[in-house]
Design a protein around this ligand. Structure first.
Ligand SMILES: [Zn+2]
Length: 222
C-alpha cells in the first residue's frame, strides 16, 4: 500500500467519524457539519500520513486498517490534536514517524511531558517512547471504548481517591490541589498504570514510585 493511499484512508476515516458523530447529534445537517469540520482536520492529517509513512513496513497494512475502522474514533481525536498542534507551529518529525505506526510531533503540549492521542505523539523522546507507544496500542485494542474509559477513570479517580490505598502511597505527598492531580489521579488511572508498568518506569522517571506531573490522555514525563 502506498503512503498516498494510507493518507487518503486515514483522512477519509477522520471525516467519516465526524459525519457519524454529527448524524447522532443532529441528523443530516449535523452529519454535514460534523463531516465538513472534521474534513478541515483530515486534510493536514492525511498529508502527515503520506509524508511520514507511518504504515510502511511489516504490520503497517494491518495497523492502517485498524486505525481506519475499529480505532477510527481515536484516529479522529488524534487528527484534531495533530491539526491544533500544527497550527501552533509544532513540526512533524518525518524520520521518526516512518514505519512506526504512529505520528511524531517534535514538541510537547505540557512542559516536560509527552502527550499521545490516537496515533499522534507530541513531545516523545527515545527514553519514554515505549510508554507512549503503549497508549497507541491501547487505543487500537479498545477502539471506540478507549477514550470514554480513560475519561471515566479520570472522573472516578478525581471523585473517589482509591489510589490513596495503593502500595506506592508512601512514595509521594499530596500537599496541594495540583499534587492531588499530578501525583494522585494521573499516575493511577488504568491506562497510565498499564503504560508505566509495561515500560518499566514511574512517572518521576525512576522506578515506579513517586508521582509527578501531567494529567492528560497518555501524558508522560519526558
Ligand atoms: Zn502515559
Amino acid at each position: 500500500m502506498t503512503a498516498a493511499i494510507a493518507g487518503w484512508v486515514q483522512g477519509t476515516a477522520t471525516t467519516g467519524v465526524g459525519a457519524v458523530m454529527g448524524l447522532l447529534a443532529g441528523g443530516r445537517v449535523g452529519a454535514a457539519v460534523g463531516g465538513a469540520l472534521s474534513g478541515i482536520f483530515a486534510i493536514p492529517f492525511g498529508r502527515a500520513v503520506r509524508r511520514g509513512e507511518p504504515y510502511q513496513g511489516p504490520g503497517g497494512l494491518r495497523r492502517c486498517i485498524v486505525d481506519a475502522t475499529w480505532s477510527a474514533p481515536n484516529t479522529w481525536a488524534g487528527a484534531l490534536f495533530y491539526g491544533a498542534l500544527r497550527l501552533r507551529g509544532n513540526p512533524l518529525d518525518v524520520d521518526r514517524t516512518r514505519g512506526t505506526g504512529s505520528i511524531w510531533l517534535v514538541n510537547g503540549v505540557v512542559p516536560r511531558y509527552a502527550t499521545t492521542i490516537g496515533t499522534v505523539k507530541a513531545g516523545s523522546n527515545e527514553r519514554i517512547d515505549r510508554h507512549e507507544e503503549i497508549h497507541v496500542l491501547q487505543a487500537r485494542l479498545f477502539g471506540p471504548l478507549y477514550l470514554p474509559l480513560v475519561v471515566a477513570n479520570f472522573v472516578v479517580a478525581t471523585l473517589v481517591p482509591y489510589w490513596l490505598l495503593f502500595p506506592d502511597r508512601a512514595g509521594y505527598t499530596i500537599d496541594s490541589v495540583a499534587a492531588y492531580f499530578e501525583r494522585g489521579v494521573y499516575p493511577h488511572v488504568w491506562h497510565e498504570l498499564w503504560a508505566y508498568r509495561a515500560a518499566g518506569r514511574g512517572p518521576s522517571g525512576g522506578p515506579r514510585r513517586a508521582g509527578s506531573k501531567g494529567k492528560e490522555t497518555g501524558t508522560h514525563r519526558r
